[in-house]
Design a binder for this molecule. Structure first.
Ligand code: PLP
Length: 388
């Protein structure tokens, strides 16, 4: 059978994730040090795992409300109020299967075919394919190393057309670790109001910011923005809960209702065990988040220092757990650099081009990896760069 004629055009048109492709090469190979997949190296804190175990012991094995457990939604609403300074009623919170599902739901709930969605690039690998699979048009705005890879209002203004409908933001950013200043967010918010754009803001790394002298600013908290923003957040990164697959969206009720319609028919609800664990994370998990953050900060500082010393210029990112060194001086493409580093030294990192065309010339190294492994990886990378 010719399956090319059977697969939907929209799905066939999007590429497989560049990260996954690269990591299939690594799988099953011995002795590789991976700075690859963006996943905490910590096991989920014990109290959270224990809550999940106890929930199973009690026999909590049923569906929950489509929106999620009321107790969890109440706790999320309180947390979002405290952390982001935005107030959402429990009916404006939808619990999802990771932020991944929330991104898909929000795009499908907001887009009509041909609507343009603007996002800043380099960016998380799922954005452009998710837009396309929701029948939108993906419009990438390049961010630059000299701006710390933050989105500048001027660059956004230049990308807006009469077909623009949604802006996607992600601060701190995967893969660059970029954060946004309040001033830039205010400029961006002004444009969104002027051009009547909805905003999806993926703030999954918001607890993993290293300059704590300034609070995290969510665009949802700026004047006039709550009503046009879908705030996406989840438990995977800060609480080291990737395998629990739990996230949430906070948005005005009609948007939550639209997202919930899709969710109720496709997913029904997020797994109850994960929801119970997430409740424990919000109620008692924050001290563990602070400890993990401090450990990531030390590793970030170490990597930035070593990369700059070996001649790979690397800004110190304000958040997430990635560094994004500039490899252009080596004369290699990001894919060549990553392939040769893997073949010659057994160190896996992701080519910047996996995060969009504007990631070319850079490499993403995830530092959610044991400190000893980071030390060996940096020695090996230095030897590799020294031979070029
Ligand atoms: N958003 C960003 C920016 C990410 O980096 C990731 C995972 O790497 C996700 C969303 C997916 O998160 P989740 O595990 O909650 O689906």
């Amino acid at each position: 059978m010719d399956y090319t004629q059977k697969i939907a055009r929209q799905v066939a048109s999007v590429p497989r994730s560049g990260i996954r492709d690269f990591f299939e090469l690594v799988q099953g190979r011995e002795g590789i040090i991976s700075l690859g997949v963006g996943e905490p190296d910590f096991v989920t804190p014990w109290n959270i795992r224990e809550a999940a175990i106890y929930s199973l012991e009690k026999g909590q094995t049923s569906y929950t409300s489509n929106l999620g457990l009321p107790s969890l939604r109440k706790s999320i609403s309180g947390y979002v109020q405290d952390f982001f300074g935005v107030s959402y009623d429990v009916s404006e919170v939808l619990v999802t299967v990771g932020v991944s599902e929330a991104i898909d739901l929000a795009l499908r709930a907001l887009l009509n075919p041909g609507d343009e969605v603007i996002f800043h690039e380099p960016c998380y690998v799922s954005y452009s394919p998710s837009i396309v699979m929701a029948y939108g048009e993906a419009v990438a705005v390049e961010t630059r190393k000299r701006d710390g890879f933050s989105l500048k209002p001027e660059a956004l203004a230049a990308a807006i057309t009469p077909k623009s409908r949604v802006l996607m933001l992600n601060f701190p950013t995967n893969p660059t670790g970029a954060t946004a200043t309040r001033e830039d967010l205010e400029g961006i918010a002004k444009l969104c109001i002027e051009h009547d754009l909805m905003v999806l803001t993926d703030e999954i790394y918001s607890e993993l910011r290293y300059d704590l002298s300034e609070p995290h600013v969510s665009i949802a908290s700026l004047p006039g923005m709550r009503e046009r923003t879908v705030l996406l957040h989840g438990f995977s990164k800060a609480f080291a809960m990737t395998g629990f697959r739990l996230g949430y969206a906070c948005a005005p009720q009609p948007v939550v209702e639209a997202m919930m319609k899709i969710h109720q028919y496709s997913m029904l609800c997020a797994p109850i065990t994960s929801q119970v664990a997430a409740l424990e994370a919000l109620e008692n998990g924050l001290p563990a988040v602070a400890e993990m953050r401090e450990s990531y900060r030390l590793r970030r500082d170490f990597l930035v220092k070593r990369l700059n010393e070996m001649g790979l210029s690397c800004h110190s990112p304000g958040g997430a757990f990635y560094v994004f060194p500039d490899i252009r001086e080596t004369g290699l493409s990001s894919k060549e650099f990553a392939m040769r580093l893997l073949e010659e030294e057994g160190v896996a990192a992701v080519p910047g081009s996996a995060f969009g065309a504007s990631g070319e010339g850079f490499l993403r190294c995830c530092y959610a990896t044991a400190f000893e492994d980071l030390q060996v990886a940096m020695d090996k990378m230095q030897a590799f760069v020294g031979r070029l």
